[in-house]
Design a protein around this ligand. Structure first.
Ligand SMILES: *Cc1c(COP(=O)(O)O)cnc(C)c1O
Length: 230
């Protein structure tokens, strides 16, 4: 087995154990493999081990990989910040976007989604821990944004996503993830029919799953340490 296959197996075991610990079926949690900074060889190795959903942060890097791997039945998720001048690339190449936090970006993605493709699957990024410099809609404004995004024809609103600061321990991590869960439940109580709560990464997926995550975004635990170009 390759290293990536072995690591993927270990991540699946962590997901299963965490789901089991909180009385949830393991198929309640989807694994998104975050392949940013890694090449198509790494993506192909993960695909050979059964992984089909991949997350990318940098739009141009992602579009190159998506184009090169066009022959494989992969699902691509945009999990990085989106500037207005990048919405067309996202709308044309990705299947999902987790980082919508403004109506203007959502409107552009909807208008630019090619008619022959299914709607872009969308999660709203929520700033659950109040980091002033962080992206994400503030919780108080999430309901209004969700209702507006749900009406856009080129998009299908699926849920919420958050990237809290690393927490001190498991209990503190759960407290923050639970805020996203509370908001998710409140939106569903308003009839929004959300099914995706995107939270948890290599270091904190257990706390996220204990708090109701349905999709964990895992990079380094699968592909190893990242080296950013200078
Ligand atoms: C890089 C990244 C991840 C994966 O982080 P790891 O700690 O490598 O698992 C998940 N979500 C987002 C938004 C990221 O940017």
């Amino acid at each position: 087995m390759t290293t990536i296959q072995t690591r993927l197996q270990a991540v699946h075991q962590r997901i299963d154990a965490a789901a089991h610990a909180s009385g949830r079926p393991s198929n309640a949690v989807t694994l998104l493999a975050v392949s940013k900074t890694f090449g198509t060889d790494a993506v192909q190795a993960a695909y050979a081990a059964g992984q089909t959903a991949f997350g990318e942060n940098y739009i141009q890097e992602a579009v190159q990989k998506i184009t090169l791997l066009h022959h494989l039945p992969l699902q691509w998720h945009c999990i990085g910040p989106i500037q207005s001048n990048k919405t067309r690339l996202v709308a044309e190449h990705f299947d999902w976007v987790h980082t919508v936090d403004r109506l203007k970006i959502a409107e552009r993605l909807s208008a630019q989604r090619p008619a022959e493709k299914p709607p872009l699957q969308v999660c709203l990024q929520v700033n659950v821990d109040g980091g002033a410099t962080k992206s994400g809609v503030v919780p108080a404004e999430a309901m209004a944004l969700a209702k507006a995004v749900a009406l856009l024809p080129g998009l299908h609103l699926r849920g919420l996503m958050c990237i809290p600061e690393p927490a001190f321990d498991f209990v503190a991590a759960c407290a923050v993830f639970s805020r996203a869960r509370g908001l998710f439940d409140a939106l569903n109580a308003e009839g929004l029919a959300l099914d995706t709560l995107s939270m948890g990464m290599s270091a904190d997926l257990e706390a996220a799953i204990a708090s109701g995550s349905t999709m964990v975004r895992v990079g380094s635990a699968i592909f190893g340490g990242r080296h950013y170009p200078a």
